[in-house]
Design a protein around this ligand. Structure first.
Ligand SMILES: Nc1ncnc2c1ncn2[C@@H]1O[C@H](COP(=O)(O)OP(=O)(O)OP(=O)(O)O)[C@@H](O)[C@H]1O
Ligand SMILES: [Mg+2]
Length: 268
């Protein structure tokens, strides 16, 4: 029953060496993590702890200053088509391109022939439910739609791994809930490996198979990993949901070094 490992971090650290003689900043230290193919993994941690830095290293945008970071067994040396990154900001879309042109962008950049490009656009414009808006520009569609365009644009490259950095952070609560359901369905259908960064505890419980809780920096690390076996599709406010929610909240409080939590946070 050995599943294959998609991502492996072993004693990974990241120190930012400031320019012009300033002090170095040890953002991450001794991060050990193994993520299996097909897993939905959430990284949960307080603001500034190093979640984006960790994700950017996996994406190949930043290099670790220590340790070993591998994707499908290969040491990460830079970005690759096996990893697609989805950012929080809709500014990641090209404002001068239509929805379908945005989706086709990566394919065009990689020199995929037109016929094949068009077939991909057809597929992904449907997958994200934007057929009626394919000729629209980003400014003409809502925030949730823009995030779906971003997701479609990345999926069109068919990466095995999706790296998502608080992708729904800028959305209102209702759109956000819709997008959470949507990404959970997408994951169930497409069998991608997803690493999803959030500081929202409920979002992590909605989405993840496992949740890595980070400590505050400097020298932040992934302190605890919490399993989440709740059956899918998930419903809020079940006893199991609340139990894991409380467990994560207590872990996060521990990450801040303020003890074991207030009475209402106590584990059941
Ligand atoms: N290029 C850089 N140079 C120097 N320090 C950096 C750099 N990038 C990030 N840092 C520092 O590393 C730490 C982690 O930053 P990071 O953006 O990864 O945090 P985060 O957990 O994603 O925060 P948030 O939840 O606010 O997005 C912060 O203290 C930040 O100031
Ligand atoms: Mg961040």
């Amino acid at each position: 029953m050995a599943m294959s490992v998609a991502i492996n971090l072993s004693s990974v650290g990241k120190t930012f060496y400031r320019q012009r003689g300033g002090a170095a900043f040890a953002a991450l230290e001794n991060v050990n993590l193994e993520i299996e193919e097909g897993e939905f993994f959430c990284l949960l941690g307080p603001s500034g702890c190093g979640k984006s830095t960790l994700l950017h290293m996996i994406a190949g945008f930043e290099m670790p200053t220590r340790g070993d970071l591998r994707v499908f067994g290969e040491r990460v040396r830079g970005p690759g088509v096996d990893r697609g990154v989805i950012f929080q900001s809709e500014l990641a879309l090209f404002s001068w391109l239509t929805v379908e042109e945005n989706i086709a962008y990566g394919l065009r950049a990689r020199g995929i022939p037109r016929k094949q490009r068009e077939a991909s656009v057809e597929r992904y414009v449907d997958l994200v439910g934007l057929r009626g808006h394919r000729k629209s520009y980003p400014r003409e569609i809502s925030g949730g739609m823009k995030q779906r365009v971003q997701i479609a644009r990345i999926l069109a490259n068919d990466p095995a791994i999706l790296l998502m950095d608080e992708p729904f952070g800028a959305l209102d609560a209702q759109t956000r809930a819709q997008m959470q359901r949507y990404i959970a369905e997408l994951w169930a259908n497409l069998h991608k490996t997803i690493i999803f960064v959030t500081h929202d505890v409920a979002e992590a419980v909605w989405l993840a198979d496992r949740i890595g809780v980070m400590t505050v920096g400097p020298r932040a690390t992934v302190k605890t990993i919490v399993n989440n076996d709740i059956a899918r599709p998930r419903a809020a406010m079940t006893a199991e949901f609340v139990r894991i929610y409380n467990e994560l909240t207590a872990e996060l409080e521990g990450a801040f070094g303020v003890g074991q939590g207030s009475p209402q946070m106590a584990r059941q």
